[in-house]
Each structure stands twice: as structure tokens, then as C-alpha cells.
Write a protein that binds this ligand. Structure first.
Ligand code: FEO
Length: 398
């Protein structure tokens, strides 16, 4: 694909990774691929904002060459150290050896530890500016969105915010702008991205957005480093971030479980029937045939969570662990939860799950429900009532 003009003298020179299916190791599924967005600003001085994963370096360089000789790059703005954005800096510096890398102090330390390069580096902090000629770049530190080094770059002349990971989506597309793609898919991927990458930092998200609002920056466009560019209505994603960061969710429930000999599954399905009887939307996910990145994405929008497991070795089925570990780390705000499971003799799965949910900050609104061996008709009726009661609590919750 050729470079894409984003605004006068600002070009997308990134890459589309159609085939990536896992991110951050295997912790986050990316069924729709992703993009690595780099932006080339042509002015009296030339700046490249972020680069691409090293696998796509040649593609990026080819795009730059269609606009300018890469040796003319004066600045590489490194908004973030992580290698999906910094992975081609070394190659660019081979072509533009006099270029200065610009980033935060944490960025400098991180790049040195990643690439062991002795590069010309300009350290910046919030409010610092860099004049390119007609345009001036203003830098805004955005520590923990989502690494300590992260910053945003703002261009007043264009009312453009280059937000790096913030407001991104793992969404490969031949289209470059948010208004050109399916809105339902876009917002699902933006939410899944938020839940899996930024959820833990929700208080930072709120504070950073408020800080930018107080600065009174005019923002007509938000260009993240993954996915499409928010062009026509950039506040759509800002509003969504404020909602997600607040913990506001729909009155929906998700049931996540795994089963050994179908007893826990029978319990889950009886609960589902009870929830449905209350008119509450519910989704059922068996681990590990369901993708836990998707479940985390669904959980962002759901008020209630039920988690179940059969007991093995006095604890949970190992297949339930990856979901619980990820969710505990993300600390989902403002959720209510309850736990269930079957056992043969001592039990233990429900205790393990309850401990994790509490550690994740969830409110357990019902005592765990357990069934020995195979649930009887009466026990399944209790599960139905359990689901019904949980749905009532979801409906009543703030
Ligand atoms: Fe897209 Fe934190 O890297």
C-alpha cells in the first residue's frame, strides 16, 4: 500500500499486519490483525512520529521513499519504547544518522536497554515543544498509558493528537480512517483493546483526559499507533474511554466456566435460564474453547460476572487459571460477581475463585453455590434461583 495523506504534509507511512493473531506474547488475541502507524511530517525540518515493528521496516521505508529521501529525516519522535513502535528506529538511523530521537527520560532509558544504541537523543517533558518550521510539536507525558515512557505528541496547527497506544484498536484494514470502517466492529475492537491493555490504568486515563481538557487543546483528529485514525468525530472515542474508565457497564452478565464431567456445565446452564427469566442479557463462555481476550472485552461492558469450575486437586481446573490471572491483573472496576462449581469430596475450586475475584476488586454478592458429584433436579432448581437472584442484583446495582 502507498503512503496515505492524513493532512497537508502529514502522511501515514505505517504497516498493516493482517496476520498477527496474538499480541503481548499470547496474552491478547488479535483475530482482526493490527496496524503499526507511523506518521511522517514534512516541514522545514522532517519528523517521523513512531516507527513500525521491525518485520515491517522495509515497507515503512518504501513508503517514506515515495515522499522524501529518508536521509532527510531530522527527528524521530518516539512516543513509546515498546518494540511494535520502536522496532525500526535503528534502521531509520542507519539511513538518517544525524537524526535526533525525541522522547521522555523513561523512553531514553527504555530505548537504550532495548537497542543498546548511543543515539543523539533529546529528552522532553510535558509542555516542551519542537519547532519544525510551520508546525510546532508539543509533547505531553502520558506515563502508564500504558508504559512509564509513553507520551502524546500534539500539533496545534492541525489540531492533531498523535496518541500512540491510547485510543488504538487492533484492527487491520485497507482503510485508514474511523469513519470509513464498520462502526460496530470498530467500537468492539477499541473496547477490547482498552479492556486488555488499559483497564488497569483507568484512573490514569481519566486524569489524562481531564488534564488535556483543562489545557484547552483543540483536537480535530486523533491518530493512534494502532488501527484507524479518528477523523470526523474524535470525541466519540474520548467519551467511550471516559465511560470505560468510570466502570459504567450495561446490565448484562457473563458466565465463564469449565467443567470436568458436565456437572459444572449443568449448573452454568441452569443459572443462565434463571438470568434469562429476569430479562437480563447473558453470555456463556466455556474455557478453554472461548478466547479469554474476547471474554475480557465482553466483561468491560457487563455489570455481572459468574465464574465456575469443577474442583481438581483441591482447586480450580487449570483451564480456568489463564482467565482468572489476566482478569485479576486488570482489576476491573465496579463489577459484581458470584461463584459456583461441582466437586467430588473436599471441594476447593470456589474458594480459589472467590479469592481471585476479591483480589481483583470485585464485590461478591452471593455465597458460592456448590454441587457434590452430579446435580439433582432440586440442585439445578437452586442454580436457576441463584441465576435469577444474581440477575436481580445486577438490575438493582448502580
Ligand atoms: Fe503498541 Fe505499547 O505498544
Amino acid at each position: 500500500m502507498p503512503p496515505v495523506k492524513v493532512l497537508e504534509n502529514i502522511f501515514w507511512v505505517g504497516a498493516i499486519d493482517w496476520n498477527i493473531r496474538h499480541f503481548h506474547g499470547f496474552s491478547y488475541s488479535t483475530q482482526r490483525g493490527t496496524t503499526y502507524n507511523a506518521y511522517l511530517i514534512i516541514d522545514k525540518k522532517v519528523a517521523l512520529v513512531d516507527t513500525v515493528h521491525h518485520e515491517f521496516c522495509a515497507e515503512m521505508i518504501q513508503k517514506i521513499k515515495e515522499i522524501i529521501d529518508p536521509s532527510k529525516i531530522d527527528y524521530i519522535i518516539a512516543n513509546h519504547v515498546e518494540s511494535d513502535h520502536s522496532g525500526s528506529i535503528k534502521e531509520i538511523l542507519k539511513m538518517a544518522p544525524n537524526a535526533t530521537v525525541v522522547g521522555t527520560a523513561n523512553c531514553k532509558a527504555g530505548l537504550e536497554k532495548h537497542y543498546f544504541g548511543n543515539w543523539k537523543f533529546q529528552t522532553v517533558k510535558t509542555g516542551d515543544t519542537l519547532n519544525l518550521g510551520e508546525r510546532t510539536l508539543t509533547f505531553l507525558e502520558a506515563a502508564m498509558l500504558h508504559w512509564p515512557d509513553t507520551m502524546f505528541t500534539y500539533i496545534e496547527k492541525d489540531a492533531l493528537l498523535l496518541s500512540n497506544d491510547g485510543f488504538g484498536q487492533h484492527l487491520a484494514s485497507s482503510k485508514r480512517f474511523a469513519d470509513e470502517v464498520d462502526q460496530e466492529i470498530l467500537m468492539w475492537e477499541a473496547g477490547k483493546y482498552y479492556a486488555n491493555i488499559l483497564w488497569l490504568y483507568s484512573s490514569v486515563v481519566t486524569r489524562k483526559i481531564e488534564e488535556v481538557q483543562k489545557l484547552g487543546l483543540k483536537i480535530d483528529m486523533i491518530a493512534p499507533s494502532h488501527g484507524v485514525i479518528w477523523r470526523k468525530d474524535p470525541m466519540k472515542i474520548v467519551k467511550a474511554y471516559l465511560k470505560w474508565a468510570s466502570g459504567a457497564a450495561d446490565k448484562k452478565i457473563i458466565i465463564v466456566y469449565d467443567t470436568m464431567w458436565a456437572s459444572t456445565e449443568k449448573m452454568a446452564k441452569a443459572m443462565l435460564e434463571g438470568i434469562v427469566s429476569e430479562g437480563v442479557e447473558v453470555k456463556l463462555y466455556r474455557l478453554p474453547v472461548s478466547d479469554h481476550g474476547d471474554i475480557i472485552g465482553e466483561l468491560l461492558h457487563a455489570k455481572g460476572l459468574l465464574v465456575g469450575s469443577a474442583t481438581i486437586n483441591n482447586g480450580i481446573l487449570p483451564t480456568v487459571a489463564p482467565f482468572l490471572v489476566e482478569m485479576e491483573g486488570l482489576r476491573p472496576k465496579n463489577k459484581i460477581a458470584a461463584v459456583f462449581g461441582s466437586y467430588g469430596w473436599g471441594g476447593g475450586a470456589t474458594r480459589t475463585i472467590e479469592a481471585v475475584l476479591k483480589s481483583a476488586g470485585m464485590e461478591l454478592v452471593l455465597p458460592a453455590i456448590m454441587t457434590k458429584w452430579v446435580p439433582t433436579t432440586e440442585e439445578l432448581q437452586k442454580c436457576y434461583e441463584f441465576g435469577k437472584e444474581f440477575a436481580q442484583k445486577v438490575k438493582a446495582a448502580e
